[in-house]
Design a binder for this molecule. Sequence first.
Ligand SMILES: *Cc1c(COP(=O)(O)O)cnc(C)c1O
Length: 387
Amino acid sequence: MGMSRQIYLDHGATTPILNEVLEEMLPFFKERFGNASTFYKLGREARQAVETARERVATLIHAMPEEIVFTSGGTESNNMAIKGTAFAMQDKGNHIITSAIEHHAVLDTCEYLQKFGFNVTRLPVDSKGLVNPSDLEDAIRDDTILVTIMHANNEIGTIQPLKELAKICNEHEVLFHTDAVQSIGKIPVDVRDLGVDMLSISAHKIYGPKGVGALYIRDGVAIDPFLHGGGQERGKRSGTENVPGIVGLGKAAELAKNTLEDEMKRLTELRDMLVRGILSIDDTFLNGHPEKRLPNNVNVGIRYVEGEALVLALDMKGIYVSTGSACSSGSGMPSHVLTALGLSPEDARGSLRLTLGKSNTKEDIGYVISTLSEIVADLRAMSPLTR
Ligand SMILES: *Cc1c(COP(=O)(O)O)cnc(C)c1O
């Protein structure tokens, strides 16, 4: 086969587990298999490991360990935050505010709640993907109980003015939840400074294992649990703890904190190189915000080609990227995020997301730019979507 170069540019979809993370998890599958709720040595060791992980996650986001609840991932954390507060606060009101560009784990949860009599307002975004704080202010009503707006968008990387949005909620005594699955480990996240009440985390987006995550719940915020049973996680999430997974999340959080600053600088440089290279191809444009964006996110529109065709052609060259969001691809529908920015369905379908990570180098970027330029030229030469 000769050429077996592989360049993974889909870190927004998932990341490979780091060796240090895996090494720390392995004993908890076998010799240290104890149930963290038992009181003999084997159980106490598992408990100790879970609590160390809790401290590491708390440290990463400047929370207290008691404010961290372990879950099965970002999807569960979002569900827990939104349904948990909605059902706990039903007697106070039934209005929830979110944005048009949330992950489906938030959008579909809000939609589901409408069946139970909750009203949902979806705030629009501007052409760069930003929510306008004054729109939020205007949308808050006497019966508003919860606002859920993501920190950074998974498709276009736009970073919301979270502190400002949270401040408005605090002033109106409305709970504020944020999906920080994409921002964790890429930009600083400090729950006290941001002023958020709840924040969702997923391990597999930060070089940890799949199927584990956490929800920060500020001390004093009440949620209705939806898993009832043994009362683990202070009664907020019953079920025997996923000890290896939790240990993995803890280690991934610790490493994310230690490498944050260097990676932020390094990835920003690679990102800007990649953007410049791609935009030097004719009829291309950047989706999302030019500055207020994740250091690892590139999302570009490439006119007169289909995004799906580009993904397949790049795949044959060993380059892995995605069209819009991995979660909605395959549905044939243009991304709800790109549509919310005001893109035409054609422009949305010609968009590519490239998300950088630890394995990527400057050499990769050069190779990706030259390969993509060739592919675009070839596809356009054959394309029925001519100019
Ligand atoms: C990946 C992702 C999720 C879902 O997290 P899982 O751990 O895969 O369930 C939620 N929100 C955003 C923004 C994501 O990128």
